[in-house]
Design a protein. Structure first.
Length: 116
């Protein structure tokens, strides 16, 4: 069983920065694909960024150049550095651990609110 615990969300003004963290329990973190997703009210949950076990990253077009995903396998933690935040970045951000075909886990989510 894997548990994911996000932290770092909050209220920030447009143009500001936040750093999200997601700490994972268990022993499969280092071989898993880790991702950040977000869900705004009334909308579907969308991919923000992913990072493979080897460090390859992928970003949604809307966050390229502003957000950076990284991981520390020694700490079983994945990060999302968010810069130049915009009001449209407001959402609940979810951490995901994926190791197909057997494992796909979600965190409880952390709220990010960007005021204009």
């Amino acid at each position: 069983q894997v548990q994911l615990v996000e932290s770092g969300g909050g209220l920030v003004q447009a143009g500001g920065s936040l750093r999200l963290s997601c700490a994972a329990s268990g022993s499969i973190f280092s071989i898993s694909v880790m991702g950040w997703y977000r869900q705004a009210p009334g909308r579907q949950r969308d991919l923000v960024a992913t990072i493979t076990s080897g460090g390859n990253t992928k970003y949604a077009d809307s966050v390229k150049g502003r957000f950076t995903i990284s991981r520390d396998n020694a700490k079983n933690t994945v990060y999302l550095q968010m810069n130049s935040l915009k009001p449209e970045d407001t959402a609940v951000y979810y951490c995901n651990l994926n190791l197909l075909p057997m494992y796909n886990y979600w965190g409880q989510g952390t709220q990010v609110t960007v005021s204009s």
